[in-house]
Design a protein around this ligand. Structure first.
Ligand code: FES
Length: 323
């Protein structure tokens, strides 16, 4: 837990299912409420295998009634956070942080396109609310697997000024990110939250459009990879240590649990501070960050310990520490 952040107890005031696997939690802070900005999140301490672990969840909506709302998707491939949240009943107590924001909405642009993949709709929904209130020009493009997965779609359709388009994969509807960029005004901004493949597509399409890089803003879930999460081994030859990473654990969490120091900041695969040098990989590296370029990932010299992992096997790394 970050000592600089204000943490407090919170009570689960209500729980409501939005879809078969997305559940909305209302959290009532015990001490103080700070209104989150669009795109903001709170950290929640969840229990995984009996140990406290921090998970970040986007705050949904303007929360102008002193209650934080978060939507949690139950992931079969979960690292344990969603299963824990789904085990809670109304009245349960949690420890939560004050709101933070790694996905800030910049106001005053002439045009916006907001793109959501799956549960990535949560920050995008809050941004749409803010843009609608401001009377801004914007579109929301929302992709998901099945029509039944479209949480918040009805609310978005009812928002003044919202132009919502949905893309349901099971109905062969495909979102074209290059087309979305083409239709955006020259000084417009694009915001994307979705799985890693969607973010990589957005980054390449944006680069091909030659628009200023700062007008593309994105956030990842930090847990979507190209391979299922399985356990694997991290070898630290320079420390003469070996650490097992459980399937519901990140490399960073496993190192911390083993008392091995590692640097980090965002813990979401965005800042690169947790990057480790790869000495040898015995298996496929599942890069889940948005910090390294595709070329850097293909070279396989480094990985972000907070999100990336091995699809089995083992990896030898250098944390910078010496025995
Ligand atoms: S801590 Fe920021 S990318 Fe890992």
């Amino acid at each position: 837990m970050d000592a600089k952040t204000f943490w407090q107890r919170a009570r689960v005031r209500s729980i409501r299912d939005l879809t078969a696997d997305i559940r909305l939690f209302e959290l009532e802070p015990a001490q103080r409420f700070i209104a989150p900005a669009p795109g903001g999140h709170i950290d929640v301490t969840v229990q995984i295998d009996g140990r406290p672990v921090v998970r970040s969840y986007s705050v949904v909506g303007p929360c102008n009634d002193g209650v934080y709302r978060i939507a949690v998707k139950l992931l079969p491939d979960s690292r344990g956070g969603s299963s824990y949240m789904w085990s809670l009943q109304e009245g349960a107590k949690l420890t939560i942080s004050e709101p933070g924001n790694h996905f800030e909405l910049f106001r005053g642009r002439p045009d916006y396109v907001l793109i959501a993949g799956g549960i990535g709709i949560t920050p995008i929904y809050s941004m749409a609310l803010a843009l609608s209130t401001a009377g801004a020009r914007f579109r929301v493009l929302y992709a998901c697997r099945d029509a039944a997965d479209l949480a918040f779609a009805d609310d978005l359709r009812g928002l003044p000024g919202t132009n919502l388009e949905t893309f349901v994969a099971s109905e062969d509807q495909r979102l074209s990110i290059p087309d979305a960029i083409t239709s955006l005004a020259p000084d417009g901004e694009m915001y994307v939250c979705g799985p890693i493949g969607m973010l990589e597509d957005a980054r390449s399409a944006w680069a091909a459009s030659e628009r200023p890089i700062e007008r593309l803003r994105f956030e990842t879930f930090g847990n979507s990879g190209r391979y299922p999460s399985v356990s694997f081994t991290v070898k630290l030859p320079l420390l003469e240590r070996t650490v097992e990473v459980a399937k519901n654990q990140t490399i960073l969490e496993a190192l911390e649990a083993a008392g091995i120091e590692a640097m980090y900041d965002c813990r979401r695969g965005e800042c690169g501070l947790c990057a480790l040098d790869i000495l040898e990989a015995d298996g496929v590296i599942d890069h889940r960050d948005v910090f390294f370029s595709e070329d850097e990932k293909a070279q396989g010299h480094k990985l972000c310990a907070c999100v990336s992992r091995m699809a089995g096997g083992s990896v030898s790394v250098d944390t910078g520490e010496r025995r």
